[in-house]
Design a protein around this ligand. Sequence first.
Ligand SMILES: [Zn+2]
Length: 200
Amino acid sequence: MAARRGLFYTRPDVPIDADALHLVLYPDPTLRVRAAPVEGVDDDVRKIFRRMLEVMYEEQGIGLAAPQIGVSRRIFVLHVPPNDDDRTLDSDPPSATDGPMVFINPEITALEEAPEAFEEGCLSLPDIRGDVLRPPIATVKALDAKGNTFTMRCGGLLARCVQHEFDHLEGVLIIDRMTQMSRLRTRLAVRDLERDAGLR
Ligand SMILES: [Zn+2]
């Protein structure tokens, strides 16, 4: 469906119609290119991240990157709520957030400790889950929704989510990072998505 293709929005001079932005699925080409930096937090950028938060909640995700709604800009959002188990606000570093967060032009400035495997999914790869190796602690520096720089060191699911969403801005997907075993197990489902795209 042409309306769901994203590359149209890579040009900063093209006005954003936020209501027209929807989740795009693999193998949409927007998911495979390196996203462009944001020049400043203006009305268009605010429209984009508000729409991203709407889509993230509609789809019951904990994170979403702009390329996933067809916008090739360096923005991601996340909301990793605490649970009764391993996701907490008061651990050091925290592994959850107390609300939605916006990351503009993010940089991962540090990764700590040996990579660990954990099963991940992605809203742009429906029904595909697999083990991805990532360091358990990450530090991210970004602009927030108001354009102020902040730095956050995070662990657990939050650190994983930050790395997953950052990957989207580089055109990298979980299917590129999965363990060999997971890659083999999901191969047919990935092929189905490629075939479905050909039929759309
Ligand atoms: Zn994803």
